[in-house]
Write a protein that binds this ligand. Structure first.
Ligand code: SAM
Length: 225
């Protein structure tokens, strides 16, 4: 499964991967990622249900690898949905793996969720996920999209998430934005401003998450081809 969402926290780079890593406060980043993941929980549960449907009734899921697992929100959703599976969260950021273990313990999943620290080789930005999955030998490649639609007025958690998201945009894209756009961002980020994202009554959150799926044939089926 490869989820891609257009309003999730930036495609974060753990310590050691990415040239911005030295600038990242990992405790702040971890809290932001977990907050974002929790906002997405309805989408994550629907995604896990859909994966179960795609696997079909009676499918036995023995092991789940969540690669680039971040704070482990989806890891725990998968562990809950596939109760017979051992679930392994893999990430390059130890602080996020600690969050994952703590989350799994809190949810009573500690015995079935393990974490593995690994710095995987970087991959180029993928333009065409289905083509990449097919090239990797997967069959039955497909995809589906779920929306997270939180209408105005937003609650505090969503506002905090958006504030952190816009703060990262302000930090990372300031070279690309015009003075007007930067001025608008500054108003949105001002915790005192009525028009700021923390207070304005019209703020809403609409985000699309697309999941690409594929199946790898069992070893004996592949040998028979
Ligand atoms: C945007 S976060 C997504 C987290 C989680 N999967 C989610 O959907 O909320 C991407 C995660 O991948 C990890 N990551 C990115 N590149 C990596 C690499 N080369 N090796 C290991 N982990 C990596 C980052 O540390 C980060 O936790």
């Amino acid at each position: 499964m490869n989820p891609h969402s257009d309003s999730r926290p930036g495609h974060g780079h753990g310590p050691g991967h990415g040239h911005h890593s030295a600038d990242i406060d990992w405790d702040v980043m971890a809290a932001h990622l977990e907050n974002g993941g929790e906002l997405q929980l309805p989408v994550l549960h629907r995604t896990a249900d859909r994966l179960g449907e795609l696997l079909g009734p009676g499918a036995e899921v023995r092991r789940i690898l969540d690669i680039g697992s971040g704070p482990g929100v989806m890891t725990c959703v998968l562990a809950e949905a596939f109760a017979g599976a051992e679930t392994v969260a893999v990430d390059g950021a130890p602080v996020l793996l600690e969050r994952t273990s703590a989350r799994a313990e809190r949810l009573g999943l500690g015995g079935r969720v393990t974490v593995r620290h690994a710095e995987l080789p970087g991959v180029p930005v993928v333009e065409d996920w289905p083509a990449m999955l097919r090239r990797a030998g997967l069959t039955g490649v497909g995809g589906f999209t779920y929306l997270l639609d939180l209408p105005a007025p937003l609650g505090g958690t969503a506002r905090t998430f958006l504030h952190a998201q816009l703060t990262r945009l302000r930090e990372n894209a300031s070279d690309l934005l015009t003075a007007d756009d930067l001025g608008t961002l500054d108003v949105l980020l001002d915790p005192e401003a009525e028009q700021g994202i923390l207070h304005r009554p019209d703020a809403f959150l609409l985000s699309a998450t697309t999941v690409f799926t594929g199946v790898r044939a069992a070893d004996d089926e592949r040998r028979a081809r």
